[in-house]
Design a protein around this ligand. Structure first.
Ligand code: ADP
Length: 614
């Protein structure tokens, strides 16, 4: 082929179809052409680096392994030059004129099967080089391959029917792509526009991107470096600059993995909870990259929703560069990333909590709601997340916290349940009648004091094979205590229970004598499937007509003086006994947070006081 001959080629029919689709259905996303071309240039220079090490005949790579961008407003062109491996004549034909490469083939097969929207599909398979035709009505590629004796070539196409190749004067190794911008895309000849695109999509590309003699991409892709090669200052600067963190990072996770999927990841947990300071629900802060090129700044499905507070970067060389936003969540690769990374993050928190409990306590105070949301919504991670919970209990001092692992480690022999009580605060929980029996038996009770805890415990169900049981519920069986002396006789108890059952009628499902109580005369136990006081309160707040008839089981304390006295006066002073019976139930309901209307209670109290004084 001499310099004067021009070879004309017709695109394969499939390429024509593809070009038509790319140009006409992706026009809203045409920004991405630059990312695609930079990514090709970067790949090509990576190949140069590789050849340097493997190919004996490879000549000097040169010290200008960089991408240069030039804009010409008058000529309406954008020119992108790289010093990569370049392309031979056959490679130009094969790479830019046929559908030899697998991505395009798979794409067209899917298209033929009629699966999905063109835009979604193009995104899934990558449009690569052809995206240039979204902004240009003519594209020239000047190229000389690294291979010995390679020709200096110019490829040109209007992206419609075909392309031409001709030989040209001496070129440097690599590729130069000239885009002749179409009318609707002339603004890409503006420097600020191109600069902002580079900063957005290609900031971390491993080769300098030069614009007007200046390097545009200054930030290093820290996540690809070895941990030992990154200083604390660099991490912090990266968090604040690249991840737009406005505080100090509290924790970080920097890791690389090859299996089951290639991951390089750098993730930070902030120290301030933005949702607490009133920013509302935040968007996910972990961006997805493929070999330093941004795929999506806010990828859907990359992490579970509850992890929206962490910030950073996940880079996977296994991802197709152009996976689209629509298909992201369904992608098996993204789901794998999600599983691996969320597990790692939870493990990181667990480790950090063990090594510095005080620091974790502070962090937890700000971020606990996220972990709890995770337990309720992220089935795969809920057991691991349970280990991150912190709470006070009957065995901690006020304000001190422990974990479920701590609890499980000090259960009594044979104890197969974890006992808890949900309440507003420690005082309210401890002054009620529920905890005393457990304390007396040396059984630890967790105090859950956050409004959402009820749901969290429900979702969790068990920990370490031990069922979580509310001590408000009737099912929490207790052993006898040695100190069970001086109680009413069994006979008296039976008669008294029958009396109370008759007096209280529909208000109680059952009256029995029990072992729970130490200092209180009676206690109301709700059925395990019953509504908790917290849930009832919410229902009432939402619906003023809300009424539910609370049916409780009343347990009496046969050792309590009040109960013994009631047994005594049951026959001799029936009027008083009736009032006391009703009042005992109300008192138990008040302690349980279940009394809605106190008017009757007050009237009754007044009669009782009158009688006491007469
Ligand atoms: P992909 O990059 O997904 O393979 P493209 O359509 O972007 O698809 O590119 C097709 C092929 O053309 C690439 O695989 C590469 O071999 C070749 N190519 C594209 N750009 C360049 C370049 N700047 N230098 C050398 N080869 C290139």
């Amino acid at each position: 082929m001499s310099a004067s001959t021009t070879e004309k080629h017709v695109f394969q029919a499939e390429i024509q179809q593809l070009l038509d689709l790319v140009v006409h259905s992706l026009y809203t996303d045409k920004d991405i052409f630059l990312r695609e071309l930079i990514s090709n240039a970067s790949d090509s220079m990576e190949k140069v680096r590789h050849l340097e090490g493997t190919e004996k005949n490879f000549k000097d790579a040169g010290d200008d392994l960089q991408i240069t961008l030039e804009m010409d407003k008058e000529a309406k062109t954008v020119t992108l030059t790289d010093r990569g491996v370049g392309m031979t004549h056959d490679e130009l034909v094969e790479n830019l004129g046929t559908i030899a490469h697998s991505g395009t083939k798979a794409f067209l097969e899917q298209m033929k099967e009629g699966g999905g929207s063109p835009a979604g599909l193009i995104g899934q398979f990558g449009v690569g080089f052809y995206s240039a035709f979204m902004v240009a009505d003519k594209v020239e590629v000047f190229s000389r391959s690294w291979k010995e004796g390679a020709q200096n070539l110019r490829w040109e196409s209007d992206g419609k029917t075909g392309y031409e190749i001709e030989e040209v004067d001496e070129l440097p190794r690599g590729a130069k792509i000239v885009l002749h911008l179409n009318e609707a895309s002339e603004d890409f000849a503006e420097e600020f526009k191109v600069k902002s695109l580079i900063e957005r999509y290609s900031n971390f590309v491993g080769f300098p991107i030069m614009l007007d003699g200046k390097r545009v991409n200054e930030v290093e892709a820290l996540w690809l470096k070895n941990k030992s090669a990154v200083s604390e200052e660099e991490y912090k600067a990266f968090y604040q600059f690249a991840c737009k963190g406005f505080d100090e990072p509290a924790y970080r996770l920097h890791f690389a993995a090859d299996a089951p999927i290639a991951i390089n990841s750098l993730i930070f947990a902030p120290s301030e909870n933005p949702e607490k300071i009133g920013f509302g629900k935040v968007d996910g802060g972990v961006a997805l990259y493929c070999k330093k090129v941004l795929i999506d700044a806010e990828p859907k499905g990359l992490l579970p929703e509850w992890l929206r507070f962490v910030k950073g970067v996940v880079d996977s060389a296994d991802l197709p560069l152009n996976i689209s936003r629509e298909t992201m969540q369904d992608s098996a690769l993204v789901q794998k990333l999600n599983a691996v990374i969320s597990k790692r993050i939870i493990k990181m928190f667990e480790k950090e909590a063990n090594s510095d409990p005080e620091k974790y306590r502070k962090f937890y105070a700000a971020f606990e709601r996220f972990f709890k949301e995770g337990i309720a919504t992220d089935f795969a991670n809920k057991d691991a997340l349970a280990k991150l919970l912190r709470f006070e209990s009957s065995m901690t001092d006020a304000g001190e916290v422990c974990s479920l692992t701590d609890y499980a480690g000090r259960t009594k022999d044979g104890q197969d349940k974890i006992y808890y009580l949900v309440g507003q605060n420690r005082d309210q929980i401890e002054s009620g009648p529920y905890v005393e029996a457990f304390k007396a038996r040396g059984l630890e009770v967790i105090y859950f004091m956050d409004a959402v805890d009820e749901y969290v415990v429900d979702s969790l169900g068990e920990f370490d094979g031990k069922k979580l049981v509310s001590i408000r519920h009737a099912g929490a069986e207790l052993e006898d205590l040695d100190s069970d002396g001086d109680a009413l006789s069994e006979e008296d108890v039976t008669v008294l229970c029958e009396f109370l059952q008759t007096e209280l009628g529909d208000g109680v499902t059952k009256v029995s004598s029990g072992k729970r109580l130490v200092n209180s005369p009676v206690i109301a136990l709700v059925p395990e499937d019953g509504m908790s006081p917290q849930v009832r309160q919410m229902m009432k707040a939402m619906d003023e007509n809300f009424k539910d008839v609370v049916k409780v089981e009343l347990e009496i304390n046969p050792r309590h003086p009040l109960v013994k006295k009631l047994s005594e006066v049951r026959e001799s002073q029936p009027d008083v006994a009736k009032l006391v019976a009703a009042q005992l139930l109300d008192n138990a309901l008040i302690s349980a947070g279940l009394l809605d209307d106190a008017r009757e209670t007050i009237t009754r109290m007044n009669s009782l006081m009158e009688k006491a004084m007469s």
